[in-house]
Design a protein around this ligand. Structure first.
Ligand code: NAP
Length: 333
């Protein structure tokens, strides 16, 4: 094959927000699949806040991306050559295929996706990693009960928007925390949240008291920092705090801010539990199946925010940290 594969590789470990000099835009001939492998033409790449963590040196739940390596990313695309009989040419697959136009992957390491059931970007959001994260983080760790109050931060994002909607399906009262009136309007009007808090308007503590008069039963945290601290001060007895992420801290050049209100856990006999989606990989299909049913039944709204062009990857990634996305941020290639 004569085609060229354009790629973004990690050139340097960022300090603070990633700069353009932290990336190199490279090209190489498109690879040939070996026995058991497939060649995928990537069509959409998912942009994740976690990418910022993957760029750092040090121990985490997954090894860092090495300097000079193609940036790790979930992507979906079309199989254009195959040496795995189970993954035919013309089928569509998803997986960790990287920030690049073409990927050679192990046929057993990709999963089938069906564009006739849902548009391909949905498999990077609601029916993909963020959906599975929202599903198990809320249901398995948050364990919401009907009538309880669930508060979610980062509520207008990929994970947060789904957490709130699943909590509504389970009969909870849902309060979403997001930045700005437009996002708050989206949560109320499109996603069916009961109440919203624009954290950029200030006064978080007073508004939490107003919207959660009996305290928070489940707090699903995507952002960390001051918002986590404020939520901790409003826990109900036996509350469950789910630590999913801490995007407010990912670009810190000073030490990460920890919660100072943690004794609220003691006072309220509450718990705070962290998790990663990887803990649930064996149950991925279970979540996707139920979410697909809710989508088909119109109980769940899937929102994607689609940007254009692989060459725009570095600038598009920064939109996550500036709060410029609503729903799942995806790059169309
Ligand atoms: N544990 C896991 O396995 C797992 C899996 C996937 C994602 N996550 C985590 O879940 C969180 C959400 O991920 P996502 O993919 O759904 O991203 P997302 O919410 O779609 O996008 C990020 C959003 O974070 C908000 N944000 C950015 N900087 C902020 C700050 N300083 N303070 C408060 N909010 C800020 C912005 O919304 P506003 O405009 O509202 O500020 C932005 O739109 C991230 O922390 C991510 O790392 C964890």
């Amino acid at each position: 094959m004569d085609a060229v594969n354009h790629q973004f590789r990690l050139a340097a470990r960022p300090v603070g927000l990633p700069q353009s000099s932290d990336w190199s835009y490279t090209e190489e001939p498109v690879g040939e699949p070996g026995e058991g492998e497939v060649l995928v033409k990537n069509l959409y790449v998912g942009l994740e806040p976690a990418m910022r963590g993957w760029m750092n040196e040090g121990r985490s739940y997954i090894p860092p991306v090495g300097i000079g390596e193609v940036m790790r990313a979930f992507a979906v695309g079309e199989v254009i050559a195959s040496k795995d009989a189970d993954v035919p040419v013309g089928s569509h697959v998803g997986g960790l295929l990287g920030v690049q136009e073409y990927a050679v992957a192990n046929g057993k390491g990709v999963f089938p996706v069906d564009p006739s059931l849902a548009p391909l970007p949905v498999y990077l959001g609601t029916l993909g990693m963020p959906g599975v994260t929202a599903y198990f983080g809320l249901l398995d760790i948050g364990r919401p009960q009907e009538g309880e109050t669930v508060v979610v931060s980062g509520a207008a994002g990929a994970v947060g928007g789904l957490v709130g909607q699943i909590a509504k399906i389970k009969g909870c009262r849902v309060v979403g925390i997001a930045g700005g009136p437009e996002k708050c309007g989206h949560l109320l009007e499109d996603l069916g949240f009961d109440a919203t808090i624009d954290y950029k308007a200030g006064n978080l503590d007073a508004v939490l008291s107003e919207h959660c008069p009996n305290g928070i039963d489940v707090y699903f945290d995507n952002v960390g920092g001051e918002i986590l601290d404020a939520a901790l001060a409003h826990l109900a007895r036996k509350a469950r705090v789910v630590i999913c992420g801490a995007i407010s801290q990912y670009n810190n050049t000073t030490p990460m801010r920890g919660p100072s209100n943690y004794l609220s856990l003691l006072v309220n006999n509450a718990s705070m539990t962290g998790f990663t989606m990887g803990d649930y990989i064996a149950r991925y299909g279970e979540a996707v199946q139920e979410m697909a049913g809710w989508l088909a039944a119109g109980k769940l709204v899937s929102r994607e925010d689609i940007a254009e062009g692989l060459e725009n990857f570095p600038a598009t990634l920064l939109r996550l940290f500036a709060g410029e996305n609503t729903g799942k941020l995806v790059l169309r290639i």
